[in-house]
Design a protein around this ligand. Structure first.
Ligand code: HEM
Length: 400
């Protein structure tokens, strides 16, 4: 792995990519004012116990640091909700976002991949992220939701403003720094909410065959989703629906560049592509960290965490825990089992995992068909997203 770190100049804030951790699996960071969990069994426990580890992390952020609810609200944001409300909301949104809805997308995803690669054919350089890995998932999720995919420059602006910060993960940051960050987030958030609220209102008046219509019409036990929850769920789909899959595609190609013998095997045995994708998700975990807040004192990995503490769940580190994954630094698509935590675990397990896996499988197959060799351009360095909690390339030029 040291080779990969050096070869691609992987930024130091992505510490989990820089070799196995030698410290404890659970530790308090006085500097950041939060607990860090790095171990696989420990994270398994955290993610499986929403009663002790709440997803409503706002509960531990001091009120003085919170924006007003009129400016910014995470109400009804499914990733922040605990049982029993979570179960109801999950059932409602799952009734609209079914496996069949996703499976039916297969021909469209393949056609779009070819279209995007055709469009890039005459460009001097093929840059994977801007030519394929970004536009593909964003067009797919926009079409699925029923918002114009031509507005994707807007979606990119919002996603960049919300995610591409290199600020340290900490609840102890000075208040002026936090305030500046909130201000930078509130404006795009409001724009995105207004945009999606407009489309949702239109669907209530004029239903169409799209996910937004299914969301405004979805019912569980005779109840429908309130408008603000439809909007917040649509925001989550629009954001989670593309940036993560963009990272998955870029990271998988990076792994095949770094491990040419695995590329040969994947070419020869296309049935192994799903396993290649799972291994890339383990080794280069797109959402490298999730937040939780303790609701009571808990014992974890031999230490006691008091109530009302912020807990950072480092999926990226747990996915390289040698206690779970032998030779964790090696890219080995044949490891079986591969119980990585890249899609989370438990009640919040990623609802979009089937879509991400489908897009990954189709796009990778087509890339292998259309490129004799997937090889990064030595004259055009690979760039990584600077955000400490994300693992993903933001620029990866391939040799034609
Ligand atoms: C939840 C990762 C793609 C929609 C999650 C969680 C993770 C994750 C780690 C758990 C969050 C938590 O426990 O706090 C990923 C990765 C993806 C991906 C690595 C791609 C490689 C997608 C896509 C969609 C999506 C394509 C939708 C189109 C969601 C939703 C949840 C979620 C709605 C919330 C589920 C809940 O709270 O019950 N994702 N995701 N994700 N993801 Fe994904």
């Amino acid at each position: 792995m040291a080779d990969i770190v050096e070869r691609y100049d992987i930024p130091v804030q992505h510490f989990w990519l820089h070799g196995p951790r030698s410290g404890p699996a659970v530790e308090f960071s006085a500097d950041a004012g939060m607990w860090n969990v790095y171990g696989h069994p420990e994270l398994h426990e955290v993610l499986g116990d929403p009663a002790a580890f709440s997803s409503d992390t706002m509960r531990v952020v001091p009120a003085s640091m919170m924006p007003s609810k009129d400016d910014f609200s995470l109400d009804g944001f499914i990733t922040q909700i605990d049982p029993p409300e979570h179960g109801k909301l999950r059932k409602l949104v799952s009734s609209a976002f079914t496996r069949k809805v996703v499976a039916d997308l297969e021909p469209r995803i393949a056609a779009l991949t070819h279209e995007l690669l055709d469009a890039a054919r005459d460009r001097e350089r093929f840059e994977l992220v801007s030519d394929l890995a970004y536009p593909l998932p964003v067009i797919v999720i926009a079409e699925l939701l029923g918002v114009p995919s031509g507005d994707r420059a807007l979606f990119k602006r919002w996603a960049d403003a919300l995610f591409q910060s290199d600020a340290k993960v900490s609840v102890n940051r000075p208040s002026d720094e936090r305030e500046a960050e909130l201000q930078a987030v509130m404006k795009p958030w409001k724009e995105m909410s207004d945009y999606l609220a407009g489309h949702a209102a239109q669907r209530r008046r004029q239903p169409r065959a799209d996910l937004l219509t299914r969301l405004v019409e979805a019912e569980v036990d005779g109840e429908r989703l309130p408008d603000d929850q439809v909007v917040n769920f649509a925001i989550l789909l629009l954001l989670a629906g593309h940036i993560t899959t963009t990272m998955l595609l870029g990271n998988t190609v990076l792994c095949l560049d770094a491990y040419p013998e695995q590329q040969d095997r994947a070419r020869a045995d296309r049935a192994s592509i799903p396993a290649v994708i799972e291994e890339a998700l383990r080794l280069f975990t797109p959402f490298a960290a999730l937040g939780r807040a303790t609701t009571r004192e808990v014992k974890l990995g031999g230490v006691t965490i008091p109530a009302d503490q912020m807990v950072m769940c480092w999926l990226g580190a747990a996915n390289r825990d040698p206690r779970q994954f032998p030779d964790p630094e090696a890219f080995d698509p044949h490891r079986d089992p591969n119980p990585h935590l890249a899609f989370g675990r438990g009640i919040h397990f990623c609802l979009g995992a089937p879509l991400a896996r489908l897009e990954g499988r189709i796009a990778l197959n087509i890339l292998l068909d259309r490129f004799e060799r997937l090889r990064t351009d030595p004259d055009d360095p690979v760039l990584f997203i600077p955000t400490p909690t994300l693992t993903g390339v933001r620029r990866l030029a391939l040799v034609r």
